[in-house]
Write a protein that binds this ligand. Structure first.
Ligand code: SF4
Ligand code: MG
Length: 327
């Protein structure tokens, strides 16, 4: 049985003013059945473009220029758009940060869920209605019958996010890609939403690819984690290993900047500087200008992603090929 998703050498460019700029640069990863993979990093590191590349929703300025995306063993990058449409929203579903941009404001909730079912199932009109109401109830929206006939703007942000999840779950996807699904929500609603995704996952056995900048969310939800910086994977590990013994200075910085609410702390630490824009990635290690441990070699040569003895992968000159720390 092939993994649910296998991404190899994925490279995506966007049209710039003069030339194309690389935004995602030769990334590799796998999502196994039933697993939740977290993709973390600050905004501008290429996380969303990675998921849009997989969904083939880049828009006219973006283009996958190299690599392979095998979904359930099938090369999706080579599919006709028509074939891709039959997978998207069906076996491969996605939820976004801001539901208002993906819900149609002039169609009722019921109509929108119904359209997904019409596109991908052979259910008749009455059955679609029944199923839509069932889905609305399943994601924890009260008075599902009434909500069926409501328009998106009549619902709160949290309820709209639930509707998004209902639409994504309509065809029982094998893989749910969730891009910052809780970022716009307050802490309580955020926790409810994560709980809902976990519940849906347990019920259906689907895999989840969770994109977030929040390591607290990662700790709670993920089995494995991929850390991205400036279009590259710079570290990957199972979630415990990553949180307990991060290897890359960037990952360490991300972990240090998580506020400890329990100790009543505000954010104490922030990584200095900003993520470089695509097209302005520095030579050598792309993190070097912000790294407190940078050495001369870091400004000259780009480190490779290397195997560490504990099974994680790390892209940093502090670790040699065997993963021993250079003294
Ligand atoms: Fe820092 Fe050098 Fe490692 Fe880059 S390669 S993260 S600059 S120590
Ligand atoms: Mg993003």
């Amino acid at each position: 049985q092939p993994p649910v998703l296998e991404v190899r050498g994925l490279t995506t460019e966007f049209k710039g003013r003069k030339t194309a700029v690389t935004v995602v640069d030769e990334i590799d990863f796998t999502v196994h059945k039933g697993e939740t993979l977290g993709i973390v990093g600050e905004s501008g590191c290429g996380k969303s473009v990675t998921s849009l590349s997989i969904m083939r929703l880049l828009g006219k300025n973006g283009k996958v220029v190299a690599g392979s995306v095998l979904f359930e063993g099938k090369e999706t990058l080579k599919l006709e758009e028509k074939e891709m449409r039959s997978i998207r929203g069906n076996r491969l579903a996605m939820i976004f940060q801001e539901p208002m941009t993906s819900l149609n404001p002039v169609l009722t909730i019921g109509r929108q869920i119904g359209e997904v079912l019409q596109l991908h199932t052979s259910l008749g009109q009455e059955e679609r209605k029944r199923r839509a109401i069932e889905l609305i109830a399943q994601v924890g929206i009260p008075r599902a019958h009434e909500i069926y006939g409501e328009y998106p703007h009549r619902l709160s942000g949290g309820m709209r996010q639930r509707v998004m999840i209902a639409m994504a779950m309509a065809c029982r996807p094998q893989l749910l890609i969730a891009d910052e699904p809780t970022t716009a929500l307050d802490v309580t609603i955020q926790a409810q939403m994560l709980g809902l995704i976990r519940e849906m996952k347990q019920e259906t056995g689907m895999s989840v690819m969770l994109i977030t900048h929040d390591l607290g969310v990662v700790a709670e939800m993920c089995d494995r984690v991929l850390v991205m910086y400036a279009g590259q994977v710079i570290e990957s590990a199972d979630v415990r290993t990553l949180l307990r013994s991060p290897k890359h200075p960037y990952t360490k910085g991300l972990i240090r900047s998580v506020p400890h609410h329990s100790r009543g702390e505000k954010r104490l630490y922030a990584i200095a500087g900003n993520v470089p824009s695509p097209g302005e990635w520095p030579v050598g290690c792309r993190f070097a200008p912000r790294c407190t441990e940078a050495m001369p070699v870091c400004y000259q040569q780009s480190p490779e992603l290397k195997n560490m003895p504990d099974g994680s992968l790390c892209r940093c000159w502090l670790h040699d090929a065997e993963g021993r720390d250079i003294p």
